[in-house]
Design a protein around this ligand. Structure first.
Ligand code: HEM
Ligand code: MG
Length: 319
C-alpha cells in the first residue's frame, strides 16, 4: 500500500552524479524503460532500480540526487504519474510497459500499466517519441530527433536552447494537428508538454557548464539521454535549484520586489487545474475502492496534494 513521501535531500550542491557506484549499464532482457529520458537514465545508472520497477518514493529521491529537481516539483510530477499508472496495492510502478513485476493489479478500470500507458500521463506531441496513434509512443524516434537537431542548428546555434525548445514545441504540435485525428493537447498534456520541452535545458546541462553560463544542451549529450538512457561520463548535476523566482516588479524603489498579483493568479489556476485533473482521472480508474486499496489510494492522494496545498483546496473523493 501507500507509503509516506521521503523527506527532501539535504545536500543540494553541484556534484558528480556518475560516480563509481552509478556507472551506465546496458539493458538486460525485461528491464523497463519508457517515454521519460530523465527517469530512464536514472535507472540505467542505478539511481533507480535498474529493472525499471520503482516506488514513488524512490523516484522522488532519485530525481533530487540525479538532477537536483526541487522536492515539491518532484512530488507533484511523481504522484500525478503514480496515481494513474502505478499499482497502489504493491506501491510499484513500471517506467515502461506493463510488467508482472509490479504485482497483481487492482481490477479494471484500474490500469497500473506503467508510464507507457497512453492518455493518462503520457501524451501526444512529444519531442522524440511518436504519438500513440501514429506509432510507438515510448521509444526513441530517429526521425523526430533529426527534426530537433535541424531546428537546433537553425535557431539554437547548434544546441538545444530556449529558442530551439520553443520552435520544436511548436513544430511538434503542428505535426500532430496535421496528421493525428485523435490528437489531444488538453489539460494535463498541455502543461506537461511545455514543461518537458524545457527539462533538457534545466536538468541535462552539466552543472559545471551551467555555472559557467552555458544555456544550451549539446546535441550528442542530448542523444545520450534520450536514446541510450545515458548520462555523459562525468556528469555533474546542477547546483541548488536555480534560486526559485516569481514574476513581479520593484515597487517604486530598489530592494522592494513584489509578486505580480495578476500573474500569480493565473499560475495558481494552472497548478490547481492540473491537480484536479489527476484526481479526477484517479476516480475514473478507481470508482469504488475498498479496504487496503482504498487506504493506499487515500495515502497517495494525500501525498500528491502535498505538492499543491499552498494553492489549491484539497479534493477528497474517497472520504
Ligand atoms: C517525458 C514522467 C521527471 C525529463 C515524460 C513522460 C512521462 C514522464 C510519463 C512522457 C510524456 C510524453 O512525452 O508523452 C516523469 C515522472 C517524473 C519525471 C513521473 C518524476 C519526477 C523527469 C525529470 C526529467 C524529465 C527529472 C529531466 C531530468 C523528461 C523529458 C520528457 C519527459 C525531457 C519529454 C520526452 C519527449 O518528449 O521526447 N516524463 N518524468 N522527467 N520527461 Fe519525465
Ligand atoms: Mg508522448
Amino acid at each position: 500500500g501507500g507509503q509516506p513521501i521521503p523527506p527532501p535531500i539535504t545536500d543540494t550542491s553541484l556534484k558528480l552524479v556518475v560516480d563509481k557506484d552509478h556507472q551506465w549499464k546496458p539493458l538486460r532482457a525485461g528491464d523497463q524503460r519508457g517515454p521519460c529520458p530523465g527517469l530512464n537514465a536514472l535507472a540505467s545508472h542505478g539511481w533507480l532500480p535498474r529493472n525499471g520497477i520503482v516506488t514513488p518514493g524512490e523516484i522522488v529521491t532519485a530525481v533530487q540526487n540525479g538532477y537536483n529537481m526541487e522536492w515539491k516539483r518532484a512530488v507533484l510530477v511523481t504522484y500525478a504519474a503514480f496515481l494513474v499508472n502505478g499499482n497502489h496495492l504493491t506501491n510499484l510502478l513500471s517506467l515502461g510497459g506493463m510488467s508482472w513485476l509490479t504485482g497483481h493489479a487492482p481490477p479494471p478500470p484500474a490500469l497500473a500499466s506503467g508510464l507507457n500507458t497512453h492518455g493518462t500521463f503520457e501524451g501526444d506531441a512529444s519531442l522524440t517519441r511518436s504519438d500513440a496513434f501514429l506509432g510507438d509512443n515510448h521509444s526513441f524516434n530517429e526521425t523526430l530527433f533529426q527534426q530537433l537537431v535541424d531546428i537546433s542548428n537553425k535557431v539554437g546555434g547548434g544546441k538545444y536552447n530556449a529558442s530551439a525548445a520553443a520552435e520544436v514545441r511548436f513544430q511538434r504540435v503542428q505535426d500532430s494537428i496535421a496528421r493525428n485525428p485523435t490528437f489531444n493537447f488538453a489539460n494535463p498534456r498541455f502543461n506537461t508538454a511545455f514543461v518537458e520541452a524545457v527539462f533538457p535545458i534545466v536538468f541535462f546541462i552539466d552543472g559545471r557548464l551551467r555555472a559557467a553560463g552555458e544555456t544550451g544542451l549539446d546535441l550528442k549529450v542530448m542523444r545520450g539521454f534520450f536514446e541510450d538512457h545515458r548520462m555523459p561520463k562525468d556528469f555533474h548535476r546542477r547546483g541548488t535549484a536555480a534560486h526559485d523566482y516569481i514574476p513581479g516588479f520593484n515597487n517604486g524603489s530598489v530592494n522592494n520586489f513584489v509578486a505580480d498579483p495578476n500573474f500569480m493568479g493565473t499560475q495558481t489556476e494552472l497548478v490547481c487545474a492540473l491537480y484536479e485533473k489527476f484526481v479526477n482521472s484517479t476516480v475514473a480508474l478507481y470508482p469504488n475502492p475498498h479496504g487496503a486499496l482504498r487506504a493506499a489510494l487515500n495515502q497517495n492522494l494525500d501525498n500528491f496534494y502535498v505538492a499543491a496545498e499552498a494553492h489549491c483546496d484539497q479534493i477528497k473523493p474517497y472520504n
